[in-house]
Write a protein that binds this ligand. Structure first.
Ligand SMILES: *Cc1c(COP(=O)(O)O)cnc(C)c1O
Length: 404
């Protein structure tokens, strides 16, 4: 959003050559005639017009202007412009949650008879949305191992319209080859949608790697402090316009207050992602050397099977890791229960470190066979590494590990 036209030229920012960190604090800058320095919140459901003719022109689309906050809101638009700039996309549509973003993409771009190829390692609610609801509308879905290029190739059919993945995945931190899958998707005439929640644009830019759409749960790292739910979709105007159409008709649009919180989140995203990654790296190295830890899943470790691939498509390794303890469920629970500072919660992307046992929480719904096939053992513990002192995080995990 341009600054108010009444402001002198020095406030009409030109960000065309600006770097990531500049865009994170300046893009989408919104300033009213009041001259406020930080972006204002516009808690209004509707907007007024100066005349019947102006209302008619605005409704008719001949005049640019706000009509109703399910359609547009200045605070929400400031967030959209900022995130679009950071992801390197033409347009962004902000949503009420991450799931609303994925829902809107599916409803906008899939129809009865279409086929979707989805990584088998996606967020649990994404799985439910596809299986329980999308299938009802006769969209067929094939799940593939995200690391297996032959599986992606083999799954694509004539009616495949969309490929969907998360990278790195939860909870095993598997890194999918976004460039190769994007090329396959293009050849098939389909679109690749990447859930960039774990990395954020501070660590990975899927559009630059060839993806067509990026979806976000802003709930996680974009807020970064576990306070608000929100989501977003970013891509070309051609692909985002139909998504906006769905959001306007179905209604899971972003509240102005949440947009304002996420604007603040974007300003520190880069700093926080660096700090999360630094702490996660130190913790992963410490865990790898611990005698009671049998395996560590973190893409910043040279022992990670896709270490080189991660380095080629991510600029940071991120804040989420998982590890297996010597033993099984009992031992994993012991480590979880022995913590005194780390929060036992399945949420992630928070300044506070969180710990969860995927086998009985986020992935508890899967059958033993499905879990075994996905590689999620009962000895697995997942950590979203926060911004506390790394020595305190290690100490808290050592309480349980040293009991084993
Ligand atoms: C949390 C999450 C979502 C869903 O976001 P909500 O805001 O909870 O709806 C989607 N994808 C990933 C990877 C997530 O972690």
């Amino acid at each position: 959003m341009a600054d108010h036209p009444e402001w002198p030229e020095r406030y009409q920012s030109d960000l065309s050559d600006a770097g990531f960190d500049t865009l994170a604090v300046r893009a989408g800058q919104l300033r009213t005639p009041e001259g406020e320095h930080s972006e204002a919140i516009f808690p209004t459901s509707s907007y007024v017009f100066s005349s019947a003719a102006e209302a008619a022109a605005t409704f008719g689309g001949e005049r640019r202007g706000n009509v109703y906050s399910r359609y547009t809101n200045p605070t929400v638009r400031a967030f959209e412009e900022r995130l679009a700039a950071l992801e390197g996309g033409e347009l962004c549509a902000a949503t009420a949650s991450g799931m609303a973003a994925i829902y809107a993409v599916c409803v906008a771009h899939l129809e009865a008879g279409d086929h979707l190829v989805c990584s088998r390692a996606v967020f649990g609610s994404t799985n439910v949305l596809l299986e329980k609801y999308l299938r009802k509308f006769n969209v067929d879905i094939t799940y593939v191992n995200p690391l297996d290029m032959d599986a992606w190739k083999g799954a694509v059919r004539e009616n495949t319209r969309m490929l969907f993945l998360e990278s790195p995945s939860n909870p095993l931190i598997e890194v999918a080859d976004i460039r190769a899958i994007a090329a396959l998707s293009r050849d098939a005439g389909a679109m690749l949608v990447v859930d960039n929640c774990f990395c954020t644009p501070a660590a990975q830019k899927p559009l630059a790697l060839g993806a067509d759409l990026v979806v976000h749960a802003a709930t996680k790292y974009i807020d970064g402090q576990g306070r608000c739910l929100g989501g977003a979709v970013v891509g070309s105007a051609e692909l985002i316009d139909p998504v906006i159409g769905v959001l306007r008709s179905a209604g899971p649009t972003r509240s102005p207050f949440n947009a304002w919180v996420f604007l603040k989140g974007l300003e520190t995203l880069s700093l926080r992602m660096k700090a999360h990654s630094e702490n996660a790296q130190l913790l992963a190295e410490w865990l790898e050397a611990h005698p009671k830890v049998t395996k560590v899943n973190y893409c910043g470790l040279p022992t990670h099977p896709q270490y080189e691939l991660a380095r080629s498509q991510q600029s940071l390794s991120g804040g989420v890791l998982s590890f297996e303890v010597a033993g099984g469920r009992e031992e994993a629970w012991k480590v979880v229960d022995a913590t005194r500072m780390i929060s036992i919660t399945a949420n992630l992307g928070d300044t506070k470190t969180t710990i969860t046992h995927p086998g009985t929480t986020t992935h508890g719904r899967l059958t033993d066979e499905q879990r075994a096939e996905a590689g999620i053992s009962q000895a697995l513990v997942r950590i979203s590494v926060g911004l506390e002192d790394i020595e305190d995080i290690k100490k808290d995990l050592a309480r349980g590990l040293d009991l084993l």
